[in-house]
Design a protein around this ligand. Structure first.
Ligand code: SF4
Length: 202
């Protein structure tokens, strides 16, 4: 027997079986260029708040997960520690910039160049010679030239001199509360406004 139009309207099959879906998680990548890992350590210093964070974000690419550069996914937010010092780092940073919507420079090395850029005051050949030929502990003075070793760029540079950066979080390292503030503001759909309160490091 055919159903009447009234019966069909009472219980549309698709609607009656629909289940509520959880909001999509924000996809995040973090990258470690020329830095000491202190900024990533500070990120992990958000401690138990990371349990809350992972309810809202998926960390798909990072030194703390095992994803290879060739498989770098599209993400919403890219967070980068360290400055751009060699050709591989430049390549990986540009790849992340293409694959993320918001790029964050995390820490002074990423924001200003900081310690790794101290070498910029010397010619590259002097830097390599001091590091590999003249160092007191050197036994066999050879500057590495294997093609698997990425060549140093002439100068180390902060991120914004290489790619467009959307947000800078300075500090060496930025403290965990500042990183947490920035991430939660982004999750709330706001641009984090860093001020004298969350930029204090004493
Ligand atoms: S900003 Fe400081 S803590 Fe962060 S990578 Fe550079 S030296 Fe390390």
């Amino acid at each position: 027997m055919n159903k009447t139009a009234k019966e069909t309207a009472k219980k549309p099959a698709a609607q009656s079986e629909a289940k509520p879906t959880a909001p999509a998680k924000i996809k995040v990548a973090t990258m470690w260029l020329s830095g000491c890992s202190g900024c990533h350590m500070s990120f992990l210093d958000i401690d138990e708040r990371i349990v809350e964070l992972v309810k809202h974000v998926d960390i798909l690419f990072s030194p703390i997960v095992d994803t290879k550069v060739a498989d770098m996914p599209q993400v919403d937010v890219g967070i980068v520690e360290g400055c751009v010092n060699n050709s591989d780092q430049e390549h990986e940073l540009k790849m992340l910039r293409e694959r993320c919507k918001v790029l964050i420079a995390l820490g002074d090395c990423a924001v200003t160049g900081n310690i790794p850029t101290l070498r910029n005051q010397f010619p590259l050949e002097d830097v390599l010679s001091r590091g590999f030929e003249q160092t007191e502990s050197t036994k066999i003075p050879i500057i590495p030239n294997d093609p698997v070793v990425p060549p140093l760029r002439p100068k180390a540079q902060p991120l914004q001199e290489v790619v467009k950066v959307d947000l800078h979080i300075p500090g060496c390292p930025p403290d965990a509360d500042t990183i947490w503030f920035a991430l939660t503001e982004l999750l709330a759909g706001r641009v984090p406004q860093l001020n004298e309160k969350n930029m204090r490091y004493d």
